[in-house]
Design a protein around this ligand. Structure first.
Ligand SMILES: Cc1ncc(COP(=O)(O)O)c(C=O)c1O
Length: 408
C-alpha cells in the first residue's frame, strides 16, 4: 500500500484539488476556505441553531446543534477521506462512538464476536450494558482468524477487532478475518460485519476499509487529535444505511462533539503524518533499547522481527512504521508498579497518542475493568505511549527508571 489517497476517498468537491497525498488530504480534505471571509481554518461554529429561509428550507443543511454542526461535519469529512471512506460521523468520545455504533448494528438476541485483547472500556460496555440488553458475545483470539470463523452463528451481527491491540499490541490479519467472515456468513446464513478500532495505528499507518473491513472506529482522543487536549470519537464506512442510522441516533441521543472540540481535533489531524513518523521512529528505537535490557522480560512491539505479528503488521500497513505504542513485561507486578513511578520525563497517566510520552500500569489503570475476564491483562505489564520528544531524552529517562529497579 502507498500513502496515496484513492479517488474513492475524495469526499465531496472540496478535496479534488488535494493531489491525493495523505498529508495533503489531512490538511485540505473536508474544508474549503469559506466564500465570505476566506478563513483558512474551519471556523468554530458556536451556534446551537441555524437560520432557515422558510420552514425546513435549510441553509447548508444545518438546523440544530445536537443533530449536526459545520465544524463537526468538516472534521468527519477529513477523517473519512483519510480512511478512504464515503461517510463519517464524529462523537463526543471514542466510547460514545462505540456505544452508538453498537446500538446501530445490534438488537436484543443478536451476537457479537470480539478480540481477546481490547480496550477495557469497550469490553465493559459490551459485557455490562449490551449483555444486559440481551446481546450475546463470544471472545476469541482474533490473531487466529479460524477462531473468528468458528464463532460465527446465524445471529452474529458483528466482529469487533483492534489491531494493534490495547494493551498487548497483538496483530490481527484484517484481510484474513474479513475473508473468514465472508465464508462463515455464507455457511451460517449470517450477515456479520467487520469493525476495526483503528485507534492505535491511525489511518496514516493502516486503512482497514481497503483490507476488507466494513466499518472503522477511532478514539480521536489519541493520535488523530494528538495533543492530549480533546476527547472525541469517529466512525467511518462506505455504508449509507449505517450512516443514516448513526445520523438518526446522533440526533436522537445527542452524543455529538462540541464545535470547539471538533476544531481542536481538526487542527491536530493536519499534522498526523509528521507526528506518526516521529512516534514510529522513537518507538522503534525505544523497543530495541528495551529489548537489550536485562530488567525487561519481554518487549511487545510489532516493529521488532521477534514479534509474532511482525510480518502481518508489515504486510497490512502503509509501510510507514509500526506505531508509537510499546508494552513491556517486567519481573512481577511490584516491579511494574515501581517502574511506572520511577520515570521523570515520561508521565504516569492514562491515554496515549499525544506528543508527550506517557506510561501506565494497565492492570490497575486502563484495564482494571477486565480483571477476572477473558481479557485480563498480565499484572507485570507496563504500556508506554512513546511521544515525539528527542529520543535520547526518553532513553535517558527509561535508563534511570530501569536502574532504580535493582537486580533483586
Ligand atoms: C483502542 C481504544 N478504543 C477506544 C477507546 C475509547 O476512547 P475515548 O477514551 O475517546 O472514549 C480507547 C481509549 O483509551 C482506546 O484505547
Amino acid at each position: 500500500m502507498t500513502d496515496h489517497i484513492s479517488d474513492t476517498t475524495r469526499h465531496g468537491d472540496d478535496i479534488t484539488k488535494c493531489g491525493g497525498g495523505f498529508d495533503t488530504a489531512a490538511i485540505h480534505a473536508g474544508y474549503e476556505p469559506d466564500e465570505s471571509m476566506g478563513s483558512i481554518n474551519i471556523p468554530i461554529y458556536a451556534s446551537t441553531t441555524f437560520a432557515q429561509n422558510a420552514p425546513n428550507d435549510l441553509r447548508g443543511g444545518f438546523e440544530y446543534g445536537r443533530v449536526a454542526n459545520p465544524t463537526v461535519v468538516s472534521l468527519a469529512n477529513t477523517i473519512a477521506a483519510l480512511e478512504g471512506a464515503q461517510y463519517g460521523k464524529i462523537f463526543g468520545s471514542g466510547m460514545a462512538a462505540t456505544d452508538l455504533l453498537l446500538r446501530a448494528l445490534l438488537r436484543p438476541g443478536d451476537h457479537l464476536i470480539m478480540g481477546h485483547d481490547a480496550y477495557g472500556g469497550t469490553y465493559r460496555l459490551i459485557a455490562s450494558v449490551f449483555a444486559d440488553w440481551g446481546v450475546e458475545f463470544t471472545v476469541v483470539d482474533t490473531t487466529k482468524p479460524e477462531q473468528v470463523g468458528a464463532a460465527i452463528q446465524p445471529n452474529t451481527k458483528l466482529v469487533w477487532i483492534e489491531t494493534p491491540t490495547n494493551p498487548l499490541l497483538a496483530i490481527t490479519d484484517i484481510a484474513a478475518v474479513a475473508s473468514v467472515i465472508k465464508t462463515s456468513n455464507a455457511v451460517q446464513s449470517a450477515n456479520a460485519k467487520l469493525i476495526v478500532d483503528n485507534t492505535f495505528a491511525s489511518p496514516y499507518l493502516q486503512r482497514p476499509l481497503e483490507l476488507g473491513a466494513d466499518v472503522v472506529l477511532h478514539s480521536t482522543t489519541k493520535y488523530i487529535g494528538g495533543h492530549s487536549d480533546v476527547v472525541g470519537g469517529a466512525v467511518v464506512s462506505n455504508d449509507s444505511q449505517l450512516d443514516e442510522q448513526l445520523d438518526f441516533l446522533l440526533g436522537g441521543a445527542g452524543p455529538i462533539a462540541s464545535p470547539f472540540d471538533a476544531y481542536l481535533t481538526a487542527r491536530g489531524v493536519k499534522t498526523l503524518g509528521v507526528r506518526m513518523d516521529r512516534h514510529c521512529s522513537n518507538a522503534q528505537i525505544i523497543a530495541e533499547y528495551l529489548a537489550a535490557r536485562n530488567e525487561v522480560v519481554e518487549v511487545l512491539y510489532p516493529g521488532l522481527p521477534s514479534h509474532p505479528g511482525h510480518e502481518v503488521a508489515k504486510k497490512q500497513s502503509t509501510g510507514k512504521g509500526f506505531g508509537g505504542m510499546v508494552s513491556i513485561r517486567l519481573r512481577d507486578e511490584a516491579t511494574a508498579l515501581k517502574f511506572v513511578q520511577s520515570t521523570n520525563l515520561i508521565c504516569l497517566a492514562e491515554s496515549l497518542g499525544g506528543v508527550e510520552s506517557l506510561l501506565e500500569h494497565p492492570a490497575t489503570m486502563t484495564h482494571q475493568s477486565v480483571a477476572g475476564s477473558q481479557l485480563e491483562v498480565p499484572r507485570d505489564l507496563v504500556r508506554i505511549s512513546v511521544g515525539i520528544e528527542n529520543v535520547e531524552d526518553l532513553i535517558a529517562d527509561l535508563d534511570t527508571a530501569l536502574e532504580s529497579l535493582g537486580s533483586s
